[in-house]
Design a protein around this ligand. Sequence first.
Ligand code: AMP
Length: 192
Amino acid sequence: MIHDDMTQNEEKMAEMTMEKVKETIRDVPDFPKPGIMFRDITPVLENGSTFSYVLDHFEAYCRMKNPTCIVGIEARGFILGAPIADRMNVGFIPVRKPGKLPWATESESYELEYGSGSVEIHKDVLDSTDRVVIVDDLIATGGTALATCRLVEKLGARVEGLVALVDLAFIPWKDKLERYEVKTFVTYDSEE
Ligand code: AMP
């Protein structure tokens, strides 16, 4: 039942579903290289109703975990993680690609299809009193998320959970992240 005093935006939000969010995600074949189907979430961010709806779900999950701060993975994990930290009045901590953070860093490498990648965090930003939730847009192999968990643990903090909008279920990321609780809202069962 939609009341008369609901704003247009509230009405749109009441009708929103994760199925509609999934329909809003744009599929871009062969990006950034041949054979990859890129799941582009920018249309979800461009639309106020889908963006707020996704943030509401991220916030509900994060509140359950009662973290001392939110860790966001560059770059789309910043867009989704920072507003959640603000909503919860806790700190936001960026995990970045190498050479981007200006202060002393801890770093962690992970395997890519060809070669390896790494992520960095400021060394002094967490300690054993911290419990964190890690935020990103999408989990594919789980390599980036696992390296981020290790970074957090290297600093003595505890990973309470990971949350991402999308996961690619046809890639065995669950084995890689089996020690952690992972929450996602949109799943792709195949590359198509
Ligand atoms: P992975 O470490 O394999 O789990 O890759 C996760 C990171 O790469 C995330 O930060 C995603 O933004 C990005 N990514 C990997 N595969 C895709 C894809 N098919 N579509 C969009 N982003 C992707």
